[in-house]
Design a protein around this ligand. Structure first.
Ligand code: MN
Length: 248
C-alpha cells in the first residue's frame, strides 16, 4: 500500500483542528487503519476532540483487530471503538475549556480486498476508479440529507449556507450515530479520506482529474490541498489517500 497525506490549516483559520492517522497493522496480511477527524469547539476543544477520537479508536483497533475473525465482528469492534471515543470526548467536556467540543470521524480498516468503514459527521471516504468516483460515506449534515432526498445538486450543496450544520458527531450529548459497513476494495481503486475543508471546494470529478494529472502519487494529497487553498482555503484541509498498488 502507498499513502499520500497532507493536513493544512488553510488560509483563514489560525489553528488546524483536523487530525488523522495511518497505521500499518500487518504488512504480510495487508492490514492497515486510516482515519480523518475534523474537530469543532472553541479554545483548544476542536483539536482535543479530533485527536482523542483518532487516538482512542486507533489504539482500540490496533489492540483488537486480530480477534475479529469475521466481518460482523470487525464491524461490531469498530462500532465499540467509536462508542469508546464518544464517551472519552463527553468525559473530557467536563473541562470548561473543552465544553461543547466535538468531532467528525471517518475511518477505514483495510484487510486485503476488504474494507470496514466507520463514519460519523461530514468528513468523507471516496473510492476513485479509472473513470468513476464513488462517495462511500453519507454526510451526516442538513445539506447531506437534502442532497440524498434530491432537493439539491452537488454544486448547490457546496455553497449552501447551512453546509456546516451536522446532524450527528462524536461528543454530541444527544447521541452519536455511527455508520459501519463492509465493502470491497477493487485492486485499482484509490481510497481518499478528507475533511470538509476539501470537499466543500473540490468536486468528486476534480478529485479524479487531479489524481490522473500526475504520476506522482505521493504528492497527490498536497496537490489537492494546494487547489483548495487557491480557492480561498476557508477551513482546515486534510487529505489522506491510499493506493493498493505502488505508483499510480
Ligand atoms: Mn472542517
Amino acid at each position: 500500500m502507498q499513502v499520500s497525506v497532507c493536513s493544512d490549516v488553510g488560509r483563514v483559520r489560525k489553528v488546524n483542528q483536523d487530525s488523522y492517522c495511518a497505521l500499518t497493522l500487518s504488512e504480510g496480511d495487508q492490514t492497515a487503519f486510516f482515519a480523518v477527524a475534523d474537530g469543532m469547539g472553541g479554545y483548544q476543544g476542536g483539536e482535543v476532540a479530533s485527536q482523542l477520537a483518532i487516538d482512542t479508536v486507533g489504539q482500540f483497533v490496533a489492540e483488537h483487530w486480530q480477534e475479529w475473525g469475521s466481518a460482523d465482528r470487525a464491524l461490531d469492534g469498530l462500532r465499540a471503538a467509536v462508542e469508546r471515543a464518544n464517551a472519552a470526548i463527553i468525559s473530557a467536556q467536563q473541562d470548561p475549556q473543552q465544553a461543547g467540543m466535538g468531532t467528525t470521524f471517518t475511518a477505514v480498516l483495510v484487510q486485503g480486498e476488504t474494507m470496514f468503514v466507520a463514519h460519523i459527521g461530514d468528513s468523507r471516504l471516496y473510492a476513485l476508479g479509472a473513470a468513476h468516483v464513488h462517495q462511500i460515506t453519507d454526510d451526516h449534515s442538513v445539506v447531506g440529507e437534502l442532497l440524498r432526498a434530491g432537493s439539491l445538486t452537488e454544486a448547490e450543496a457546496m455553497v449552501h449556507p447551512q453546509r456546516h450544520l451536522l446532524t450527528s458527531a462524536l461528543g454530541s450529548q444527544t447521541g452519536a450515530h455511527v455508520d459501519v459497513s463492509a465493502q470491497g476494495w477493487n485492486a485499482g481503486d484509490v481510497l481518499l479520506l478528507c475533511s470538509d475543508g476539501l470537499s466543500n471546494l473540490i468536486t468528486a470529478e476534480e478529485l479524479l482529474q487531479t489524481l490522473q494529472s500526475s504520476p506522482d502519487f505521493s504528492g497527490y494529497a498536497a496537490r489537492l490541498v494546494e487547489l483548495a487553498n487557491q480557492r480561498g482555503g476557508p477551513d482546515n484541509i486534510t487529505v489522506l489517500a491510499v493506493s493498493r498498488e505502488g505508483a499510480q
